[in-house]
Write a protein that binds this ligand. Structure first.
Ligand code: ATP
Ligand code: MG
Length: 420
């Protein structure tokens, strides 16, 4: 499915917007330095895309051996609020982006005073907090799971009974299902709230999901945006397990998901790559789950299956270049490789105590399967270590091969995740 570029409401509306969206004029030429806050795998894939277009990348990350830091042209090993490090980025990089949403807004604000920043600090601030995110989405006229904001145990005591069974989620800093508890009673919700340290939370109703889908869009400084095909996602234990693209859904549902994502991006006057995750209910209606102000795990397939990957779009937006085509030239299934694969190989009855390298021939033996490893040294259960993208002319064929790859790697010892 190819998605044509569209123009949203005008990106700039007066001097405030012009300041907020300082843009690279003229576009940054190859050889320019781009700044990146965060050194994880999303940053690594951004580096690769930007470097392949001739840019140099300066990564700020406190870790010694981060996936992006180890391949960046320069790695500043310091805290995200380290003034000296931020000043170095400000002086060498005319444009800076982020690879995770929990970067302190103050770091983005500081850099915005010196050059181009995408996405803007206020967009990131919305996605950092589930309360702000849900309120924003509702303000766009879109539906979410019913929820309440929780600041105290009393808020839970007053919760409408219809929210149970529900999920208590910390408002900030949750990822991969961390900071979440399934609860069936108010007492359980209060206990979970206290276990989380009584930090602000949301209590949301557990919905009966027919399916989960996501949409990645890229939106430039001029307000033009392009959307990727809808991904159909399977989660296991709160962590994305597989994405099948294009999603096996009706055309009308795909259009509604893309339109909803573009509506959110336009309403935020968003600049950069944005992903919105949706729940699909049995009646075919959509509920927005959450958004990520950056490339997303469910868009990794775009590296191998699309004309322009989501990471290249991130670099293009940042450098002030035109957006590339999101056309998908082959169907794809992306399989996440969690650290668990190092502990339980095919045929193992039990996980082993020490990690062993998986048998990558299981992947490489398929000529249309592409292996991506993030260079992380320590495999731990639940840790994202890499992914595989299986390509095929038809989605059913990609699913068939992906099931073989999962079985061969011992993924889905609890049941294969791909397929229906
Ligand atoms: P990630 O960072 O991987 O996106 P996260 O920690 O932000 O995850 P959520 O996206 O809120 O967590 O939830 C993870 C998964 O848990 C969802 O994709 C979905 O499978 C399930 N889930 C979350 N909220 C609900 C809900 N209200 N009803 C049903 N299932 C839910
Ligand atoms: Mg999520």
């Amino acid at each position: 499915m190819a998605n044509e570029a569209r123009s949203g409401p005008a990106a700039s509306a007066g001097p405030a917007a012009a300041q907020r969206h300082r843009r690279p004029v003229p576009p940054l030429p190859p050889g320019s330095w781009l700044g990146l806050l965060g050194g994880g795998q999303l940053g690594r894939m951004f580096c690769m895309a930007a470097q392949s277009m001739g840019y140099r990348v300066c990564v700020l990350d406190p870790g010694a051996d981060s996936p992006a830091g180890s391949i960046a042209d320069r790695h500043l090993r310091a805290d995200y609020l380290d003034e000296a490090a931020l000043a170095k980025i400000a002086s060498s990089c005319r444009a800076t982006t982020t690879e995770f949403e929990n970067v302190p807004a103050r770091a983005l604000e500081f850099l915005a005073g010196h050059g181009v920043v995408s996405p803007a600090a206020d967009s990131v601030a919305i996605a950092q907090d589930r309360r702000a995110e849900k309120a924003f989405v509702r303000g766009c006229g879109l539906e979410t799971a019913p929820w309440i904001d929780v600041a105290s145990a009393e808020d839970l005591q007053r919760a409408p009974p219809a929210l149970l069974p529900g999920i208590l989620k910390v408002a900030r800093l949750g990822y991969d299902g961390k900071g979440q508890a399934s609860v069936t009673s108010i007492d359980e919700a209060v206990a979970a709230f206290e276990r989380f340290g009584s930090v602000p939370c949301v209590l949301e109703q557990r919905l009966a999901l027919a399916l989960e889908v996501s949409v990645v869009v890229a939106r430039g400084f001029d307000g033009r945006s392009v959307a990727y095909p809808v991904a159909e996602n399977v989660h296991r234990d709160g962590i994305l397990a597989t994405s099948t693209v294009p999603a096996r859904i009706s055309q009308s549902l795909a259009v509604r998901a893309v339109e909803a994502t573009q509506r959110i991006a336009d309403a935020m006057d968003y600049v950069g790559v944005l992903c919105v995750e949706f729940f699909v209910l049995a009646d075919g209606s959509l509920r927005v789950n959450e958004m990520a102000p950056r490339p997303h795990n469910s868009g990794h397939y775009s590296i191998d299956a699309c004309v322009t990957s989501q990471f290249e779009q991130q670099a293009r937006v940042l450098a002030g270049l035109p957006l590339g085509s999101t056309h998908q030239h082959q169907a794809a299934v992306m399989i996440n490789l969690l650290g668990d694969c190092w502990f339980r190989h095919q045929g193992d009855a039990q996980p082993t105590a020490t990690p062993r390298e998986p048998d990558w021939n299981v992947v490489l033996a398929h000529p249309f399967a592409k292996l991506h490893l993030y260079g992380k040294r320590d495999a731990r259960p639940g840790r994202k270590m890499g992914h595989v993208t299986v390509l095929a002319d038809a989605v059913d064929e990609a699913v068939r091969v992906a099931v073989q790859v999962e079985r061969g790697l011992g993924i889905g010892s609890l049941g294969v995740t791909v397929g229906r």
